[in-house]
Design a protein around this ligand. Structure first.
Ligand SMILES: NC(=O)c1ccc[n+]([C@@H]2O[C@H](COP(=O)([O-])OP(=O)(O)OC[C@H]3O[C@@H](n4cnc5c(N)ncnc54)[C@H](OP(=O)(O)O)[C@@H]3O)[C@@H](O)[C@H]2O)c1
Length: 284
């Protein structure tokens, strides 16, 4: 195949669990991958069709710099943009700082929009596809996961709008909704949460202590799936003749989807039961 015929895809957050698996799968299937890494994951898989870029999606100069690198590499058209970079901000909404909440949206929502805006001319030139990675929690916000769930719901909503806008050019917009995955995102989030918690007063910390411990214990029983299943879905989204607008990925997403459709009181009761929150005596 001539170099000019190789289809190129930009993947953000390529140094993470899903990003690496996706980069690898795409490179193995003959794509050139512009693997945009943030801080970690720069020691990247050796493959002649993987070009590693640095990109902080919250920094317009960094996004523009990555774009300049792609152009300088001779790439004038993209077959795909995969908005995968994300963080998790968690904790009781009463105690999450405005800075942390803003940062959640800066990375997961405004960052994805900024990357899409910057690279859309190349995607249009390549008659390519926009793939946004959201989460099953976009449709089902769980207790103490308000910031991450809200950010993914926002990205989902923006994707729905943009799907209709880009249909004029025949550019598909695909949302991939994974369930619980085995990646480092939770460890990174736990570190950030511990730091945020250290800044609270003892009285503030005590407010949700039992609930947080109970939810942690319930979540520790869930089995995460391999990030490779998301890479497979991205591959499908980029290669199917008519990609679906939404792919739900993972063994737990069916149950989460069913829960999301229940009447709110029933749903709250079930979630509180699964998390063990219904066993905690109510505060007086
Ligand atoms: N893991 C799950 O259970 C799960 C479930 C549903 C959806 N997802 C979604 O799957 C996608 C991939 O997550 P993952 O599980 O693979 O987590 P991950 O391993 O932490 O990967 C996330 C990547 O995003 C990067 N990132 C963070 N802030 C960034 C910034 N400002 N600019 C550019 N990149 C930034 C991280 O880089 P640094 O580490 O260097 O900061 C990391 O490489 C995310 O969209 C996530 O929300 C994950």
């Amino acid at each position: 195949m001539e170099a000019a015929e190789i289809r190129a895809v930009l993947v953000t957050g390529a140094g993470g669990g899903v990003g690496r698996a996706t980069t690898q799968a795409l490179a193995e299937h003959g794509f050139r991958v512009y693997a945009a890494v943030h801080e970690s994951g720069t020691e990247f898989l050796e493959h002649p069709d993987v070009r590693v870029l640095r990109m902080d999606v919250t920094d317009p100069a960094s996004v523009a710099g990555a774009m300049a690198q792609v152009l300088a590499d001779g790439c004038a058209a993209l077959h795909g943009i995969v908005n995968n970079a994300a963080i998790i901000v968690q904790g009781p909404l009463e105690l999450v700082t405005p800075q942390d909440l803003h940062h959640q949206f800066d990375v997961n929502v405004f960052g994805a929009v900024a990357v899409t805006q910057a690279f859309l001319p190349l995607l249009r030139a390549g008659r390519g596809r926009l793939v946004n990675i959201t989460a099953a929690t976009a449709r089902l916000a769980g207790p103490f996961f308000g910031p991450i769930s809200a950010s993914k719901a926002a990205l989902q909503s923006l994707s729905d709008a943009q799907r209709l806008e880009l249909a004029h050019w025949g550019l598909p917009v695909v949302v991939i909704e994974p369930g619980f995955l085995d990646t480092a995102i939770f460890a990174k989030s736990a570190q950030a949460t511990a730091k945020a918690s250290a800044a609270l007063t003892p009285a503030e910390r005590a407010l949700y202590e039992v609930q947080l411990r109970t939810v942690d214990a319930a979540l520790a029983k869930s089995k995460p799936a391999s990030p490779a299943i998301v890479a497979d879905a991205v591959l499908k989204a980029l290669t199917a003749r008519r990609p679906k607008p939404r792919y739900t990925v993972g063994p737990d997403t069916r149950m989460l989807g069913l829960l999301a459709r229940l009447p709110l009181r029933t749903r709250d009761r079930l979630i509180a039961g699964v998390m063990g929150l219904n066993k905690i005596p109510a505060a007086r």
